[in-house]
Design a protein around this ligand. Structure first.
Ligand code: FA5
Length: 344
């Protein structure tokens, strides 16, 4: 058998092999067996060296054509087998689109954040800006600028976590008053802001007290601000939160940074003022502290003497407990889903 005949019989054999193979692994085996270093065609072509110079280009061209044709057939078979594998996979992996989907459990915003957002929205509607303060504050802003110099007895009202002699965990949101008055450009108009955030006191934790809780500070400073503005604003707030039929009452009180100072009560929403266990039979529930900004506080913040202002500070936990009849402040912080999901 001459080389051409040898190649031709090889070609027919390989074509038959390709035709019969039905796995991708088997196909790549055939590729190696014919084109590999020790493959049958490679071996056969070693015989080229024994050909005459006239035969060599003719047989060479025949061998090249044959190799190209076989490569094409191998490739075509490969695609056919890959398609077959894919179809088998797809038929096993069919998705039943009629099955009901798995429910994704949605969380809810914590009730204290819901309350904060609600109060923020009330004040945004009145044109207030929302200001963020520092939870770690310097003594200067937390106390001194709030008219509580060192050794002032009023400091005892807010038992304090000291980080160092001059740095404290703020005991109330009131230091934001001094910071914002300092930063505000009064030549462009008055100031209306609220500032919500965490505050800290060395109080013993019980049903109504926590060492960490939330307050919202309010401050308005402008020309001609009076106690009437304070009362009207708080009335608006309380009616929005507790309902239109609620009344408020101002009682004289004391804060070093306001003068006059008041405690603000709301008429009891359980008994509407008749007296019950919620309002301790007084008909009123204490809700926040407030007052006209003390002239000394304005002076320290370098606000012109023809400006006056009011300020208030409320505890978010307290308002939320009253509103929903929550008996223990610690329920807010326990992360018990049975509690949290009630406020969707
Ligand atoms: C203040 O903190 C003043 N800075 C409020 C203020 C601002 C008055 C501006 C005037 C002008 P007081 O210590 O009363 O005031 O606290 C305010 C509210 O925080 C209280 O009414 C109460 O609701 C809440 N509160 C106080 N201590 C705790 C505590 N340990 N746990 C939970 N809530 C508390």
């Amino acid at each position: 058998m001459n080389l051409k005949e040898e190649l031709e019989s090889l070609r027919l054999k390989v074509i038959e092999e390709i035709d019969q193979i039905n796995t991708l692994g088997g196909l790549s085996q055939i590729r190696v067996e014919i084109f590999g270093k020790k493959g049958s065609i490679t071996q056969a072509l070693h015989g080229m060296k024994d050909l005459t110079p006239e035969e060599r280009p003719v047989i060479g061209a025949f061998a090249n054509e044959m190799r190209d044709a076989l490569s094409e057939q191998l490739e075509a078979k490969k695609q056919e087998l890959e398609e077959k594998v894919m179809n088998e996979k797809l038929s096993q992996e069919t998705i039943d689109v009629t099955l009901p989907g798995r429910k994704i459990k949605r969380g809810v915003l914590h009730i204290l954040n819901q309350a904060r957002e609600e109060i923020e929205n009330i004040f945004l509607s009145l044109g207030y800006q929302i200001v963020e303060g520092f939870e770690v504050e310097i003594d200067h802003y937390n106390f001194e600028r709030m008219n509580m110099p060192k050794d002032h007895p009023a400091r005892d009202m807010q038992d304090t976590f000291y980080i160092s002699e001059d740095i404290v965990l703020r005991t109330h949101t009131s230091p934001v008053q001094a910071r914002i008055m300092e930063a505000h450009d009064f030549s462009k108009g008055g100031l209306r802001m609220i500032s919500p955030g965490k505050v800290f006191r060395r109080d013993t934790d019980d049903a109504t007290h926590s060492h960490q809780f939330h307050q919202i500070e309010g401050l308005v400073v402008d020309q001609g601000i009076t106690m009437g503005d304070l009362k009207g604003t708080l009335e608006f707030l309380i009616k929005k939160i507790f309902g239109e039929s609620r009344d408020i009452r101002l009682r004289p009180s004391f804060f070093p940074f306001t003068e006059p100072s008041v405690e603000v009560d709301v008429s009891c929403f359980k008994c509407s003022g008749k007296g019950c266990n919620v309002c301790k039979h007084t008909g009123w529930i204490e809700i926040l502290g407030a007052g006209m900004v003390h002239p000394e506080v304005l002076r320290m913040s370098e606000v012109d003497t023809d400006y006056s202002g009011f300020a208030f500070g409320l505890g978010i936990e307290r308002i939320t407990m009253l509103r929903y009849g929550i008996n223990d402040i610690r329920d807010f912080y326990n992360n018990d889903l049975r509690f949290s999901v009630q406020f969707t």
